[in-house]
Design a protein around this ligand. Structure first.
Ligand SMILES: [Mg+2]
Length: 317
């Protein structure tokens, strides 16, 4: 069935039905009214973040299934809440899509997004659908974070050690292959745990590539950094897989993007203590240190000299 046969309100009803599977503790009034009502706990601030996912720019159905595209959209948005140390309260979804699209494709994208949202107890609380030539999802996520505990990009100081969660490069490698199945996990639990330690001086999620995002963190903190390229965590067999698609492994690690791992700086030399259940499924790698001056890559093979903080990474314009 095509969307024009189902109609706007038919589509909204189908989405509402799918959305019922996610309950959120902070929802006073959910989907279906003119606006949703959300409630943070006393002593919390509300975090808000928005992302756009446009067919041909962020996803393409000859590379990935509609469900994977939807999953990646929500993962990207929730990753920004993770980088603030926030717990999700809910999200809105605005869909722009051509009336000639198959209903099944559109609903598969929505279900993919709801899959990831469900994993993080983040209910769909509203949105909009509109006819459009292009297929676009606009996701706004709201979260809550204890006042004074939010993680920021600013706050890093020379000497703070840099850590990175999880491996980099998998998303970029799959895009290079033209076959995308990997959906990064937004590090919500890790971000919240890091916020509670009170020792994380700056934090950012890796959406544009570690080089570009480290540059963002450095600029916000008004510091430089030394990044050890050889210490960047990567999936097993990564170098050989890159060679097969004729891509430079270091370039994909540094600038591939869509990794959605957390890059953060820590004050002092004591180890970061994570809750045991999180420690068991989180690998943290020490990848460098904040420093005075510019951004320097240490022991990279090709990028050895300082490429400058602007070099590499995804930029739209
Ligand atoms: Mg971000």
């Amino acid at each position: 069935m095509k969307l024009r046969q189902l109609g706007e309100f038919g589509l909204i009803q189908r989405i509402e039905r799918e959305a019922r599977r996610i309950q959120g503790a902070g929802v006073v009034l959910g989907i279906g009214d003119d606006a949703a009502l959300l409630r943070a706990k006393a002593g919390e601030d509300v975090a808000v973040t928005s992302d756009a996912f446009v067919e041909g720019v962020h996803f393409r159905f000859d590379h990935e299934s509609p469900r994977t595209a939807g999953r990646r959209a929500l993962a990207a948005t929730l990753s920004d809440l993770a980088a603030m140390g926030a717990r999700p309260l809910g999200f809105t979804l605005s869909l722009s899509v051509a009336p000639s699209r198959d209903v099944d494709v559109v609903l598969a994208v929505v279900k993919g997004g709801l899959d990831v949202a469900a994993e993080h107890a983040c209910p769909l609380v509203g949105g909009n659908v509109t006819a459009s030539r292009s297929f676009e999802l606009h996701v706004t996520a709201l979260g809550a974070v204890t006042r004074g505990r939010a993680l920021h990009r600013a706050g890093g100081r020379p000497g703070d050690r840099l850590f990175l969660s999880g491996p980099l490069g998998q998303s970029a490698l799959e895009r290079a292959r033209g076959r995308v199945r990997h959906v990064p996990e937004p590090r919500i639990a890790l971000g919240r745990a890091l916020a509670w330690t009170g020792r994380v001086s700056a934090c950012i999620d890796i959406s544009d590539g570690v080089l570009a995002d480290l540059a963002h963190l450095c600029r916000a903190s008004d510091v430089g950094a030394r990044l050890r390229v050889s210490a960047l965590p990567r999936p097993p067999g990564f170098e050989a897989a890159c060679r097969r698609v004729k891509r430079n492994p270091e370039e994909l690690l540094l600038s591939g993007g869509e990794d959605y791992e957390l890059l953060f700086s820590v004050r002092g030399s004591a180890p970061i203590e994570l809750p045991p259940e999180l420690r068991a499924r989180t690998s943290l790698s020490a990848v460098g240190v904040l420093a005075r001056g510019g951004l320097e890559l240490v022991d990279g093979q090709r990028w050895e000299a300082n490429g400058g903080p602007e070099k590499g990474g995804w930029q739209h314009f």
